[in-house]
Design a protein around this ligand. Structure first.
Ligand SMILES: Nc1ncnc2c1ncn2[C@@H]1O[C@H](COP(=O)(O)OP(=O)(O)OP(=O)(O)O)[C@@H](O)[C@H]1O
Length: 312
């Protein structure tokens, strides 16, 4: 668990981060959103002490980061930035091995971890381990950057606009991959983004910042249904509200008995996906299947609409 308490950064008379407090539970993702210059990156960098706070403190599993030597802290906290920050003269395997090497892992253990991560990020070790960053696409560099940050199994991963440079298709895949890997390793993540869709897709909790202050820290559903201030409401986008809410609910929640014609949708898909498919196919009902492919019922436009109205 990470606890941010009254964290503040001042440069001269200007306050960049103003008395920000929130808590990130173990194995969850907190996303920090807000306008440009709101202080998001500064907040993130105070967590691993790349920037020293003017006031306040950060606790990792109850331990004050000020009491942890800086190099140890950087090993315990992975850090991914836009542009990936890969070492240009080191190949992919060497890049990923950076922190395990500093920690003195033996060669066999490092090699096994590098292969495991390359596999996980769908980069064939035989093809990619010896390549240099300039020989990779942007999406591949991004994956190597995240793999490197995860190499020594950090307790916490900080990500500053990690997908900012990717095109929309690769970006969406990178977000899905991050979620899958995060669920697998149980990594705690704090991620900064400009992109509200990304915040809603990834965040267990979302922190909204504006002009150095934290306006609200809440689950995506709370942010949509109970915005603390007009600014939050505006940022979330009132027109998008029902669709964002539907994207947070599984088909399971609106499952009805009975069958229907056509290709089934999964119980774990979102109601937004289901509605989109229903509209596109010009149908009123779709069959629903579970992970094994067995039909378990159906979902209807009417049922989804009723669900959507219950949010209001
Ligand atoms: N070393 C510094 N000295 C003075 N002001 C600074 C310094 N570093 C950052 N700032 C200012 O602090 C404010 C917040 O910067 P920060 O990068 O944290 O914002 P941000 O929310 O991450 O912005 P963006 O989304 O545009 O990256 C900005 O107005 C910036 O100009």
């Amino acid at each position: 668990m990470i606890e941010i308490e009254h964290l503040t950064k001042r440069y001269g008379a200007t306050t960049i981060v103003d008395d920000v407090s929130f808590r990130v539970d173990e194995g969850t993702i907190a996303v920090v959103v807000g306008t440009s210059g709101a202080g998001k990156s500064t907040l993130l960098r105070m967590i691993n002490r790349l920037i020293e706070p003017s006031a306040g403190r950060v606790l990792i599993d109850g331990q004050d980061t000020m009491s942890i030597p800086e190099d140890e802290l950087r090993h315990r906290i992975g850090y991914v930035i836009q542009g990936y920050g890969l070492f240009p003269h080191r190949n992919v395997a060497e890049n990923i091995a950076t922190v395990p090497r500093l920690l003195g892992w033996d060669k066999g253990r490092i090699a096994a971890r590098v292969d495991e991560l390359l596999d996980l990020f769908q980069l064939d070790p035989a093809e990619f381990a010896r390549k240099f960053p300039h020989e990779l696409s942007g999406g591949q560099q991004q994956r190597v950057g995240v793999a490197r940050a995860l190499a020594a199994k950090p307790a916490l991963l900080l990500m500053d606009e990690p997908f900012g440079a990717l095109d929309p298709v690769i970006r969406s895949k990178a977000q899905d991959d991050l979620l899958a890997i995060q669920r697998r390793f149980g990594t705690t993540i704090v991620l900064v983004t400009h992109d509200m869709n990304e915040a809603f897709q990834l965040g267990d909790k979302i922190a909204v910042m504006d002009r150095a202050r934290l306006l609200q820290y809440a689950t995506p559903a709370e942010l949509l249904t109970r915005p603390a201030e007009a600014f939050v409401e505006q940022l979330v986008g009132t027109a998008e509200r029902p669709f964002r809410l539907l994207s947070l609910v599984c088909v399971q929640e609106a499952l009805e008995p009975g069958g229907a014609e056509g290709e089934p949708i999964l119980v774990t898909d979102s109601l937004r996906d289901a509605l989109s498919r229903l509209i596109w196919m010009g149908r009123d009902v779709l069959p629903v299947a579970d992970a094994s492919g067995a039909l378990v019922g159906r979902v209807s436009v009417k049922g989804i609409m009723e669900h959507g109205r219950s949010f209001a």
